[in-house]
Design a protein around this ligand. Structure first.
Ligand SMILES: [Zn+2]
Length: 323
């Protein structure tokens, strides 16, 4: 099993747990890794998304590795068990691991303790997101975009709304090509600029032949008078619940239509913003935000509220901005 396949399986496990949590109410769904949720009985039926997940697209990202009780430091496990109703977590997951999330005992400040594979989340020195408060203005190579239309494949992975992309779309920067794998949304924007968060962000996740990841960040704000047409198309198939996946027949989307006209960007070396927080990610945060309507923003937030990792230490890294 190669690395991608392994990650894909992990993602599937992740989804299975998430879907089980759907059996409880909506508030519980948002915090399904919480002990209070763990007391619910598991959903009897298997998760449909578990069967149809495409590992090669889902894998790239910020998906956790397969659960392993042995991976977590003993002290951490003990602490977690002390907070957890006896054996109840096993009802759903069948193992000891705490699932990462954005609140409660799986919240970002604990990610680095949840598993050995996540240690970079607390020990890494080149983590993302960051606050971009100063940038070196310089001449940077343009991003050459070659995105194609793709059949819409949208899912709620329990952490974000993600759109898988068929092979054949890519960017080229300074002669290096990165294939587009998927894009997904966070709210608020994770990266901040001058201390200010934007309402949302789209992360377009790419991978080069040598394995390096490159992420284009599109900052998004509400307040537009009209609906954004790309977001409209996506939200018409909005996967409301964790584990939902929609592939409406005949609907295609091109993420190029979501890009701002100005592709000037902030560039620095960072990490995935979700476990395992792997470093060496080439970040291209576009400096020009795009706008969507408040109704579109609210539709997202009604389902996915606050799936943003807090900003991390810059640790002397240089952020460059094209002139
Ligand atoms: Zn992201």
């Amino acid at each position: 099993m190669n690395k991608l396949e392994t990650a894909g399986v992990a993602a599937s496990i992740c989804l299975l747990v998430a879907v089980s949590a759907q059996a409880s109410d909506k508030a519980a769904m948002m915090g399904w890794e919480h002990p209070a949720v763990a007391t619910e009985k598991p959903a009897p039926k298997p998760a449909p998304a578990h069967k149809v997940m495409a590992p090669e697209h889902h894998a790239v990202v910020p998906v956790p590795q397969p659960h392993s009780a042995a991976a977590a430091p003993k002290a951490t496990m003990k602490a977690h068990h002390a907070m957890m109703p006896k054996n109840k977590a096993h009802t759903i997951t069948g193992h000891h691991s705490i699932h990462w999330s954005y609140r409660g005992i799986g919240a970002p400040q604990y990610w680095g303790d949840l598993k050995e594979e996540y240690r970079l989340c607390k020990e890494g020195q080149s983590q993302s997101p960051i606050d971009i408060s100063a940038a070196t203005v310089t001449s940077l190579p343009g991003i050459q975009v070659a995105y194609q239309e793709t059949a819409l494949d949208i899912l709620n992975n329990g952490h974000a709304i993600q759109i898988n992309y068929a092979p054949g779309s890519s960017i080229t920067v300074a002669g290096k090509s990165y294939a587009l794998l998927q894009f997904h949304f966070h709210s608020p924007s994770e990266h901040t600029v001058g201390g200010k968060a934007h309402d949302m962000v789209a992360h377009l996740v790419h991978k080069a032949a040598d394995g390096q990841l490159a992420v284009i960040g599109i900052l998004i704000d509400g307040g537009a008078a009209a609906d954004n047409p790309v977001i409209s198309k996506l939200w018409q198939s909005f996967p409301v619940n964790a584990g939902d996946r929609r592939q409406p027949v005949g609907v295609t989307v091109n993420v190029a239509d979501l890009l701002p006209a100005d592709l000037n960007y902030f560039n620095y070396s960072g990490s995935l913003t979700t476990p395992p927080c792997s470093e060496g990610v080439n970040w291209f945060l576009l400096s020009a935000p795009v706008q969507i309507s408040n109704a579109q923003l609210e539709q997202f937030r009604a389902s996915i509220f606050n799936d943003a990792r807090p900003v991390q230490a810059v640790n002397g890294r240089t952020v460059r901005l094209g002139n």
